[in-house]
Ligand binder design. Sequence first.
Ligand code: GTP
Ligand code: SPV
Ligand code: MN
Length: 601
Amino acid sequence: MIEDNSGFELKCDHVGLKRWIDTMVRMCKPDKLEWIDGSEEQKQRLVREAATAGEVTILNQEKLPGCLYHRTSVDDVARTEELTFICTARLEDAGPTNNWMSPDEGYRRAGEIFKGSMRGRTMYVIPFSMGPIGSPFSKIGIELTDSIYVVLNMLIMTRVGKRVLDHLGSDGEFTRCLHGTADRNIHKRLILHFPQDNTIWSVGSGYGGNVLLGKKCLSLRIASYIAEKEGWMAEHMFILGIEEPDGRISYVSGAFPSACGKTNLAMLVPPEGLKEKGYRIWTVSDDIAWMRIDTDGALWATNPEVGIFGVVPGTNLKTNLNAMKTIGKNTIYTNTLLKLDGTVWWEGGDEPPPSNGVDWKGMPWKPGTTDDNGVPVFGAHPNSRFTAPLSQCPTASFRLDQPHGVQISAILFGGRRAYLTPLVYQSFDWPHGVYVGATMHSERTAAQRGKVGEIRWDPMAMIPFCGYNMADYFGHWLSVGRKLDHQPSIFHINWFRQDENGDYLWPGFGENLRVMEWILSRCRGEVEAVETPIGYVPRPEDIDMTGLELPEGAMEKLLEVDNEAWLEEFKVHKKVLDKFGDRLPEELWRQHEKFGERLNR
Ligand code: GTP
Ligand code: SPV
Ligand code: MN
């Protein structure tokens, strides 16, 4: 094995770990090996090295202390789902919603790309923990990578370093995560998961979701596979606490597809009109929830991450004050516009566009820049991201390091629908809620490659992230519901309904608290609702509109349930459920049938 000569070598007597690293070194052939110990000293040295190599740009340290800037390749700015695979022995264990490859083929194809790809480079060894180090519910991973950008992001997003190795001991279990930048070629890019081997191989990309392997790869795809076997849940969900003046805090979790508002909701600012009610918001998670049934028969949720990898465009002091307060220091900006004064700019931010700068592609940019076809060019990519410590968020929960997490009162599903789904509705019961989640659709965003705006089926916002057959995943949801003594109530929300001119009918952001209030009142049985074929919808007067005026008829439109349109949607539900054949739990067909009866009544 090549030695770590960085001066940061960590004591490791885990034979299995050392043997694995040795094998990966022989395949990738790095010149050097360096263990990441989590120290500030090492981090600063790596920043300097990356800056010298041009891998990152150190931003204006007066205005943005501790902040860095990075550009990915032009065709590497979002998750590449078509190149993401679940490699199980049998195709049916990956299921009809995942790309599948046999493990043999996966190791062989990716192995060819990895082979010798780290020549002249350093392989970094990142020991990380998803969840508090030492918690029985946490999972340890070791990521090998040849990218300092990945190291610096992992240092923000996860708990990293010596403490993790100490806990792993000489024979602890860990997820083997291998990432190689290779030549960032989309034709030589593969994001592979081997759930049966507890292994992830990602090659040919430098974009967040593809390369920060603790995030979507481990905490969702591998974790969901493990969770089904161990009886817990790994979900693409935010977790938010709403505290009332009497000190009572209710926690809500929710699954919205990528770039559909989880981060924003998780740190919302109460709107002016509701200020006197004295709410205080607590952010537990903005992207991932690990949930389990505790001894009290309730559902408890934790955030396995400690950082936020958030969408930049649209973030400003009005839409998301707390995010703005979070990203002023120690933040990595990826694919925004770089200003000449060493700060950053993006569309939908607070500042007017700078008279000139360098865009996310590295090209000179000024307002009004168009491409060869006359189409306006964005300064920041629509999926440009910030990486920031969650601890810097003013609303960060005081329970982040507590292994049990928080007790969940309500679960939200939601997404972007210009028409059809109302602002909010409540499912009749848990199995109906599972049906609502299993059949949800949302407009595609820039968070993955593909046509933006197209309506896409995204059950529980997990279509890109479920590590096994989704028919079994739905079965698991149903089974968790049966085991719970205190089932959270399940709701569906839509902040994105539009009028005839394509304008949003609902102002969203902080105003969403008005809907959250109704949700909590429903959970406590404090308010009546209108029963419709899709579920319970609010009576308009039950949403507190103090200080907010909507145009005439907007609220009626927002709460409308169009039976004809839902009958069309009902046919789409059948089509998506049919994909699973016999493997789909009977209960979902029963729910489907009942839904049809209600629509035809
Ligand atoms: P991922 O990190 O991709 O999983 O996304 P997310 O679900 O955390 O999405 P995020 O909160 O970052 O929001 C994505 C985009 O939607 C941003 O541009 C936001 O400004 C915008 N957005 C969020 N909430 C609202 C809302 O309530 N109304 C409107 N109109 N836009 C919103
Ligand atoms: C998402 O796309 O859902 C994200 C960003 O949260 S990434 O980590 O890149 O997947
Ligand atoms: Mn996400």
